[in-house]
Design a protein around this ligand. Structure first.
Ligand SMILES: O=C(O)CCC(=O)C(=O)O
Length: 241
């Protein structure tokens, strides 16, 4: 349910426009998130119906993931910036076990089949995420430039990466989070995470939300569809539940 206390102040909106990110904010207490971890791990070990990747779009088959992705602490803040009409496009777990590879510096919209590319992401910490176990890192203001992406090296978790010749990492922000905290960023905010050199797992849930004028060209599975999570879908240009 919507709660006015989640609405963003003018200063926060200004930060999102200028720096391309906001947070961390609290969705739930660390204790509450720790209680949810066993169910989340079980979900990640179960086959996703109609989908080959267990980490993707589990909001479609598990109410717990849907509840986290559409929590009012997240959605009200998104609506403060992007307006009342919001559609949930995708969710993805990023599971980084000890030894997991580096996720290279990248801008998400480089990879995604949507037009125009207007997407707000929430990244929710399921485990505690620290520098030690490869927390998310971002470059404030990087969303205001498009960075060329090139083939990634074999030590990276993705096939493509932002070209380091065009990326200034001198003002990186380390988004260390407790379980139950989250951050918001947009489709061009440059982000990354180091290889997990610790002995601690790090799971995050990324929630991708679009506005109704955005056309989705490719669906992740036959059952994949958009869900109206706030307001309404007056454009009706996409497959929807
Ligand atoms: O979880 C990570 O380390 C990377 C997350 C990411 O690339 C994303 O949410 O787009």
């Amino acid at each position: 349910m919507s709660n006015t206390k989640n609405r963003l102040s003018e200063e926060e909106k200004q930060q999102f426009w200028e720096k391309g990110y906001l947070g961390p904010y609290t969705l739930c207490s660390p204790e509450d998130m720790v209680k949810m971890q066993p169910e989340i791990v079980e979900i990640l070990h179960s086959d996703a119906p109609d989908h080959k990747v267990r980490e993707h779009n589990r909001h479609l088959d598990y109410p717990l993931i849907y509840k986290l992705a559409t929590h009012s602490t997240v959605v009200d803040r998104m609506a403060s910036i992007y307006g009342p009409d919001l559609l949930l496009w995708r969710t993805n777990f990023f599971v980084k076990e000890p030894g997991a590879k580096e996720i290279p510096w990248h801008q998400d919209f480089n990879y995604w089949p949507v037009e125009p590319p207007i997407i707000i992401s929430a990244w929710i910490a399921i485990d505690s995420a620290t520098l030690e176990n490869s927390c998310l890192q971002i470059i404030p203001g990087s969303h205001r430039k498009v960075i060329p992406h090139i083939k990634a090296t074999s030590d990276m978790a993705f096939n493509q990466m932002g070209d380091l010749n065009y990326i200034d990492t001198s003002n990186v922000v380390n988004l260390e989070m407790q379980p139950g905290e989250f951050v918001l960023f947009n489709e061009r905010t440059m982000h990354h995470s180091e290889a997990n050199r610790s002995d601690k797992r790090r799971i995050g849930l990324a929630v991708r939300v679009i506005v109704p004028i955005v056309k989705v060209f490719d669906w992740d599975s036959p059952k994949h569809e958009l869900i109206v999570i706030n307001g309404e879908d007056r454009s009706q240009i996409n497959k929807r539940s």
